[in-house]
Ligand binder design. Structure first.
Ligand SMILES: Cc1cc2nc3c(=O)[nH]c(=O)nc-3n(C[C@H](O)[C@H](O)[C@H](O)COP(=O)(O)OP(=O)(O)OC[C@H]3O[C@@H](n4cnc5c(N)ncnc54)[C@H](O)[C@@H]3O)c2cc1C
Length: 414
């Protein structure tokens, strides 16, 4: 048995030498010519690329059905977008009703609260206020309420008395409350998913960079890793959950016309750097047009620390996560916050961290949904792209969907 990869010791149990022979190979409706099969180091049923929250959630489900391996280039899970977000469990109230973002967020919200309760993952049903500061914005909230009522997601208007008693610093014309919004310790969530993967017999190979996917003459796919040691895995199913880099991965397999472009869009956070904290719950302004971002909002973490953000700035570089003190940005945050919260000055704000959204819409495009597809000519390959917010909330529902797309049937939550 030859397993050359130093980080995948447990892969030995999947190891098989596949016979090397070349033949014409039909995948779905498309005929692809596949070259002679090279030596394969390991073979698995399900291979997931990326150990962010989405890849982990998918692998946690798939590992109940067959041998499952996650390949992640970083030394640990969740070192990219999944640890650079607001950690909000969204209710699913912002996006077009039939969109995947809405449907998977609503389902994911329920699945996530249930998983948190079952596995003692730190979380809190804080509730969230969406605050209109003038009549036009209030009209937006009335429209929103009607849309959200139709979806069966609970929201309610608050009286002025309720608002001033509960959050005296909030400046509001009208407040719509979403009681099913909350927060979750995303690291604890991912640690739980990692544990479930291994409990179900799956594996994660860290420090392993995927270089390409090609169709195999045996059916399924060959996944080549390039760093630190070249390694070849054969998998029946491949799931591309590589986040911001999912387009690079997809381009090695799919024709360019089937790979959407990713527009990195950076969001920076500021913390409120003195006590007492100005609010106890999540407070959001009415969102920006095209839902580019949800506006500079106030969130609290599990310790009650308030942070503001993220803003939304399209950037040229996917790994531009630097968060540096910038007086102009600090002023613009204080200005945006001052519209719905009193007593927050720019001196109260300290730059904290930044995350980058893998957007599928350019600054001028309208709304774009999650892209979760198994192209007809590439059976067994599931491509996930544009998994921006509410991807953390939706992760367990995305996993359920991918499981169904691959033909597995399982009604159980994790
Ligand atoms: C500023 C911001 C705020 C947000 N707030 C919220 C929120 O409050 N609530 C919410 O529900 N969602 C939120 N989101 C969205 C949420 O964070 C994402 O949808 C989610 O984290 C996406 O997870 P992922 O697993 O798809 O991607 P990632 O976390 O990016 O994981 C992808 C993984 O793939 C790996 N990878 C990439 N290329 C390769 C390769 N070639 N080989 C091996 N591994 C590779 C990466 O190293 C990475 O670990 C927010 C996002 C941002 C940016």
């Amino acid at each position: 048995m030859i397993v050359r990869h130093p980080n995948i010791k447990r892969l030995q149990r999947y190891h098989t030498r596949l016979p090397a022979h070349g033949r014409s190979h039909a995948l779905g409706s498309c005929c692809l010519t596949v070259r002679a099969e090279p030596h394969v180091d390991a073979t698995v049923d399900n291979l997931v690329i990326g150990a962010g929250v989405v890849g982990l959630a998918i692998a946690a489900r798939l590992s109940r059905h067959g041998s499952t391996l996650v390949l992640e280039r970083n030394p640990a899970f969740g070192m990219e977008t999944s640890s650079r977000n607001s950690e909000v469990i969204h209710a699913g109230i912002y996006y077009p009703p039939t969109s995947l973002k809405t449907q998977l967020c609503i389902r994911g919200n329920r699945l996530l609260y249930s998983l948190c309760a079952q596995h003692n993952i730190s979380h809190r049903r804080t509730g969230k206020w969406i605050v209109a500061t003038n009549v036009d914005q209030a009209a937006y909230l009335y429209d929103m309420k009607q849309r959200v009522d139709d979806l069966g997601v609970p929201v309610r208007f608050l009286s002025r008395k309720n608002v001033t008693e509960a959050e005296p610093n909030v400046i509001a014309h009208t407040v719509l409350e979403s009681p099913t919004t909350g927060i979750v310790d995303s690291h604890a969530l991912m640690a739980c998913l990692e544990g479930l993967i291994t409990t179900h017999g799956g594996d994660i190979a860290y420090r392993t960079l995927v270089a390409s996917i090609t169709p195999s003459s045996k059916g399924g796919y060959l996944i080549r890793t390039s760093d630190p040691t070249p390694f070849l895995v054969h998998a029946r199913h491949v799931i591309n959950a590589a986040g911001l880099y999912a387009d690079d991965i997809a381009s090695t397999l799919l024709p360019a016309s089937q790979v959407p472009k990713i527009y990195p869009c950076k969001g920076t956070y500021y913390t409120f750097a003195r006590n007492p904290q100005p609010v106890k719950r999540l407070v959001y302004p009415v969102p920006e047009k095209n839902l580019k971002g949800l506006g500079v909002h106030a969130t609290v973490d599990m310790a009650g620390q308030v942070k503001f953000g993220p803003n939304a700035v399209y950037v040229g570089c996917k790994d531009d996560v630097t968060a540096v003190e910038d007086n102009e940005l600090r002023e613009s945050f204080a200005f945006a916050i001052g519209k719905y919260l009193r007593g927050v000055t720019k001196e109260d704000l300290r730059v904290d961290y930044a995350g980058v959204r893998p957007k599928l819409s350019s600054p001028t495009d309208p709304f774009h949904d999650f892209h979760i597809e198994s192209p007809l000519s590439f059976r067994g390959f599931v491509n996930l792209m544009g998994i921006e917010s509410p991807g953390l909330t939706a992760s367990l529902a995305i996993a359920e969907r991918v499981e169904g797309m691959l033909g597995y049937r399982d009604a159980r939550n994790l």
